[in-house]
Ligand binder design. Structure first.
Ligand SMILES: Nc1ncnc2c1ncn2[C@@H]1O[C@H](COP(=O)(O)OP(=O)(O)OP(=O)(O)O)[C@@H](O)[C@H]1O
Length: 252
């Protein structure tokens, strides 16, 4: 396990698919311990950029560093064991119990067995769920198990790709808060891909806005809600702001 939360550095990263520049020259350093939200319209390149970190996508140009080390310097399986990755479609192994799913990372890495009860408690699930199969859980419970599994090998870097996207709004809000608390308690570096600017503003310490494969805004939530970050960012901030104003008008 790395001793501290890592930094992530993108150096002029590009990824083309034929004529499409999914990521088009991104340079940016994510500081250790930060919680960065990557927001932007569908197809703006958020997921592609995120996946260059754990090498699910190889850049066509440029490089990605974790701390000062190029992610290509070690075999991909070893790299991925150091990185928690949670995505929307969950991906629990359907024929394994909750405990077996959570324990898979440490088992493959030949670490001490996962403390399943502690990991379940971290994501606000009762220890009694350990013996259940994934199809005996709700969507929100499954997503919590996926987060526990991602953290089980002691990862200090957490990549979340629309990890809350399929959940109902109440569960989504609760799990978002839990994720932010875990980020703080475990001193993680977290990168969250989301369509939802309100979620980004409420959870992140820094928001990067992507458009057509590029980062077009880089600002703190406070800067964004105070009108900063430029036109592309403000177009996204306008949505939750207008909703909040319309709700306020309903107050009698
Ligand atoms: N494996 C692939 N093959 C071909 N084109 C791809 C591939 N992956 C992504 N793309 C294209 O690259 C662009 C960026 O896709 P990406 O999934 O990174 O966007 P995104 O911002 O994460 O979108 P969404 O929010 O809809 O998930 C899109 O035009 C997409 O069609």
């Amino acid at each position: 396990m790395p001793a501290a939360a890592p930094a992530v550095t993108f150096e002029d990263v590009a990824r083309r698919y034929g004529a499409v520049a999914a990521v088009d020259g991104v340079s940016c350093r994510i500081e250790p311990g930060s919680f960065v939200a990557l927001v932007g319209a569908s197809g703006s390149g958020k997921s592609t950029l995120l996946k260059t970190v754990n090498r699910l996508v190889s850049p066509s140009a440029g490089r990605v560093l974790i701390d000062e080390q190029d992610v290509r310097d070690e075999p991909a399986p070893a790299l991925r064991r150091r990185i928690g990755y949670v995505f929307q479609s969950i991906g629990l192994f359907p024929h394994w119990t909750v405990a077996e799913n959570i324990g898979v990372g440490p088992r493959i890495a030949r670490q001490a067995p996962a403390d399943v009860a502690r990991l379940l408690d971290m994501v606000d699930l009762p220890a009694g769920l350990a013996g259940r199969m994934p199809d005996e859980l709700s969507g929100g419970q499954r997503q919590r198990v996926a987060i526990a599994r991602a953290l089980a090998p002691g990862a200090r870097l957490l990549l979340l790709d629309e990890a809350l996207g399929a959940l109902d709004p109440v569960t989504r809000d609760a799990l978002g808060r839990r994720l932010r608390a875990l980020h703080d308690e475990l001193a993680l570096t977290t990168i969250l891909v989301t369509h939802d600017m309100a979620e980004a503003l409420l959870l992140a310490t820094r928001v990067l806005v992507m458009k057509a494969g590029r980062i077009v805004a880089d600002a703190s939530p406070a800067e964004l809600v105070n009108g900063g970050g430029g036109a592309d960012a403000q177009a996204l901030v306008r949505v939750p702001r207008d909703q909040a104003e319309r709700l306020r008008e309903l107050v009698g």
